[in-house]
Ligand binder design. Sequence first.
Ligand code: UDP
Length: 249
Amino acid sequence: MEKKTVEILGVPFYRTTQQQFVEELLQKAENREKKFVVTANPEIVMSAMKNAQFKETILQADYITADGIGIILAAEKLGLPLNERVTGFDTMIGILEHANQKKLKIFFLGAKPEVSQALRLVLEESYPQLQVVGCRHGYFSDGESEQIVQEIQECEPDFIFVALGSPAQENWIASHYQSFSKGVFMGVGGSFDILSGTAKRAPKIMIKMRLEWLYRIVTNPTRWRRFLALPQFLRVVNRERKRKESVNK
Ligand code: UDP
């Protein structure tokens, strides 16, 4: 784990801004380094609290960033300095823009077959210089993983975006990470659905007003369960704050 972190319920979050983080990852890729990035929301922190094995998995990451307003609110409550959200989606887009100019190699793993196909076309159109060395859907068996690993090894991508949803994407990266000698690996959840145009992101004004969660519930009601986790998460954070205050008295 790199330094410059603040800890929220046992998870060390990297203190950076969205722009700085993109620049830092590009630098790592240019140096042919290998990195594992987790962008964590409250649900991931809660899963890590409940599941020691999953916690161990995400603690293997070189960077854990604050994906979600809940993490920023938690940091505020705990009096910890976290600058802003650093999301998987925005990090991926920032990297694609630079990678296009620099003609970097990218591998896209995950999402439904039709989304993966649509994604390839969108990438060709929006980032014509990008070297899309792989674009493979995410509905494969454990047995097929070895072949995917080999495919990635052979094309030596600078970035590997893994969109299998959490915790599958973090588990997949962690369990195959040793097989690779370079590349920045990052789980990006439902980002391919958004980038391919299959699912829409909230309007900018709603993101600015910190209301992206509302848009996501309204447009995808099956997600409401996830948002029920937020008040529970903030309650746990509050307990932690009170505990710390009583220790410091
Ligand atoms: N997915 C996949 N393989 C699977 C299950 C899911 O590739 O076996 C993809 C799914 O198609 C979607 C993404 O993983 O593109 C998960 O999106 P979701 O919005 O649920 O993830 P989150 O951002 O909430 O982690």
